[in-house]
Design a protein around this ligand. Structure first.
Ligand SMILES: [Ca+2]
Length: 281
């Protein structure tokens, strides 16, 4: 371990607005030292920052940025999440120091942000690499209904807000023109109603052999752990584990092969890290 810690936060930009910013520093004597900014998103708004960080085996760093609650109305194709001159609703691929890999899909395209790896996302609060295949998986919050899991590939438009499965809060009125369209990628799995997807992990350990390759996703409002099995491009199975234990903020596989959950208490009380162990028989 190089003791480097990466984290994102909402960086004030003047007024009441702020943007998703990624920093890193080295942990020395329980202090974060040599803190430096790695990435600052070109985005504006008051909410829906994303954001998650994932590292792959090849030294790339992925960071998600939310659509910043820009309203989906009028010309949906003019929405900031469909515009790659900003970072609203994007997954970005960087080297660990924040520099831009020259083979990113929009490098050299006039007006495009060269860090963008994929776009057309809403609020991506889940991002994980499958350690066996190297695939990048993402989960995002839909509006009322329509949380998604997507397999992320470079240069792809994932559709928000032109296509999707959600509707407007309260009124239930339509947002999207439909659920599919040429040139936009549909999700691999959808939750209607939403669970408010949070941390994600693809299991590869030996403590739960039957769960190897499954995608685990925490639910915030859904207060659950979801297990999703992906078949040939679509989900074959989704089951709910541990319903009602609180808002599941993150799920990780420990080096020991057990599954760890971070439970989140909205009232700010101390809350638990929980370890899942197999039950014999
Ligand atoms: Ca989508």
């Amino acid at each position: 371990s190089n003791r480097m810690i990466y984290l994102t936060y909402s960086k004030p930009q003047g007024g009441q607005e702020s943007t998703t910013t990624l920093i890193r520093g080295r942990l020395e004597n329980d202090r974060l030292t040599n803190v430096e900014e790695v990435f600052e998103a070109v985005s504006q708004g008051r909410g829906h920052y994303g954001s998650r960080i994932a590292f792959d085996e090849d030294g790339y760093l992925f960071v998600s940025v939310g659509e910043r609650m820009a309203r989906p109305s009028g010309d949906l194709e003019a929405h900031p999440a469909q515009d790659i001159s900003n970072h609203h609703g994007t997954i970005n691929r960087l080297f660990e120091d924040g520099s831009i890999p020259p083979d990113n899909p929009f490098v050299g395209q006039a007006g495009a942000q060269p860090s963008i790896w994929s776009y057309g996302h809403r609020n991506p609060q889940s991002l994980a690499i499958n350690p066996e295949t190297g695939e990048l998986w993402e989960g995002e919050h839909g509006p009322q209904g329509g949380d998604e899991i997507n397999l992320i590939e470079p240069g792809i438009n994932y559709g928000w807000p032109v296509i999707g499965f959600g509707m407007n809060y309260g009124s239930g009125s339509a947002i999207h023109e439909g659920t599919r369209r040429e040139g936009m990628r549909e999700p691999v799995h959808v939750w209607v109603p939403s669970i408010a997807t949070s941390g994600m992990m693809i299991y590869s350990g030996d403590k739960f052999p039957d769960w190897q390759g499954s995608i685990f996703v925490g639910g915030l409002r859904g207060e659950r752990l979801a297990r999703v099995v992906i078949g040939d491009g679509v989900s074959d199975l989704e089951e709910t584990l541990l319903r009602g234990i609180g808002r599941v903020r993150d799920v990780r596989q420990g080096p020991d092969g057990y599954i760890y959950l971070a439970i989140d208490d909205r009232l700010g009380d101390p809350s638990a890290i929980v370890r899942l162990e197999p039950v014999d028989g």
